[in-house]
Design a binder for this molecule. Structure first.
Ligand code: 5GP
Length: 117
């Protein structure tokens, strides 16, 4: 018999509810959830419901979804850290991308250094 296999995209599995996560926002286009290994008091990931590999692909193929993602990131930062935050899209393994389903890291609630290193 045919066995339904969960997608191997971790964030699709979180969006589908197959992998548990602390969801902080969900709408028809994006889902936001707490990072499992927070690097700041606020560390939320905002992802499109559909898979795009990185932010450039998202911008090219679904710019309105990228706009929603940024709007949701801002709202979370407004609620949690007075609207002061860092929004990071790692693109490529060399700079730390480990999940190839675009996600904006919303980081805030502490001081950050610049340049980031
Ligand atoms: P990247 O390194 O690709 O920019 O970010 C991937 C992020 O996903 C990391 O910050 C990592 O902690 C987070 N992450 C990895 N696996 C899980 C998971 O199973 N659940 C949640 N909530 N976050 C995860």
């Amino acid at each position: 018999s045919r066995v339904e296999r969960a997608p191997d995209d971790l964030f699709l599995r979180i969006v589908a509810g197959d992998v548990p996560a602390t969801i902080v926002h969900s709408d028809d286009q994006v889902v936001a959830f707490e990072d499992i290994a927070p690097q700041a008091p606020t560390h939320v990931l905002v992802v499109p419901r559909e898979r795009y590999e990185n932010v450039a692909e998202l911008a090219a193929k679904a710019p309105q979804v990228l706009a929603r993602l940024v709007e949701v990131a801002q709202r979370i930062a407004d609620e949690r850290c007075g609207g002061e935050y860092r929004l990071v899209f790692n693109t490529g393994t060399a700079v730390g991308q480990s999940v190839f389903h675009v996600h904006g890291h919303v980081l805030g609630g502490r001081d950050f250094t610049w340049p980031p290193g």
